[in-house]
Design a protein around this ligand. Structure first.
Ligand code: IMP
Ligand code: MG
Length: 178
């Protein structure tokens, strides 16, 4: 497997700080609930929350749409729902990456039905050229080209989530991915 550095730990930390600043400004005096999408968002969410200067509560949703492959099946399954009420709360969904837009489109509609006061999305990475359904995040760390990336929570077949930087996967077992 060939990995090529895309965003270093230092660059990510700097950008996460900027996102936290915008979010803290926008949610001052609000009733913020941050909902992380497992598993991919766990590292990003942990870093982002520690840089916020406003209080919040947290919850998680676990979605599955990918198998051991790098292309979406187009089908989203919720394997873990939130465990707290978001009625009249200011909800911020935290996601690792938006690709086809199918997962975010689905979860946004799923949570909107629970009557939050507001509902926004923060994604570390966005691949706008890959959209199959319309979706725009409110806060985006980095827009990237059509690469498959791993690290900082993102996986390929459950591997590489622990890496502190984000890498482009170039080859798997001698076969070029892109
Ligand atoms: P979407 O429904 O196609 O937008 O897919 C979003 C989900 O697919 C993300 O939450 C990731 O879990 C996964 N995903 C999409 N692109 C990548 C990637 O480049 N690396 C790792 N996971 C990805
Ligand atoms: Mg994900």
């Amino acid at each position: 497997m060939d990995l090529q550095l895309l965003h270093s730990q230092a660059a990510i930390e700097q950008r996460v700080g900027e996102l936290a600043e915008s979010i803290s400004r926008d949610y001052r005096g609000k009733d913020l609930v941050v909902i992380g999408i497992l598993k991919g968002a766990f590292i990003f969410m942990a870093d982002l929350l520690r840089k916020l200067s406003v209080p919040c509560t947290v919850d998680f949703v676990r979605l599955t749409s990918y198998g051991a492959d790098s292309v979406t099946t187009g089908k989203v399954i919720i394997t873990k729902d939130i465990e707290t009420s978001i009625v009249q709360k200011d909800v911020l969904i935290v996601e690792d990456i938006i690709d086809s837009g199918i997962s975010m489109n689905f979860i946004h509609r799923w949570l909107a039905e629970r009557n939050p006061r507001s509902l926004k999305v923060c994604a570390l990475l966005d691949k706008p050229s890959r959209r199959r359904v319309g979706f725009e995040a409110d806060y985006v760390g980095f827009c990237i080209d059509d690469f498959f990336v791993v690290g900082y929570g993102l996986d390929f077949d459950e591997n590489f989530r622990f890496l502190p930087d984000v890498y482009i996967v170039q080859k798997i077992g001698g076969e070029a991915l892109q």
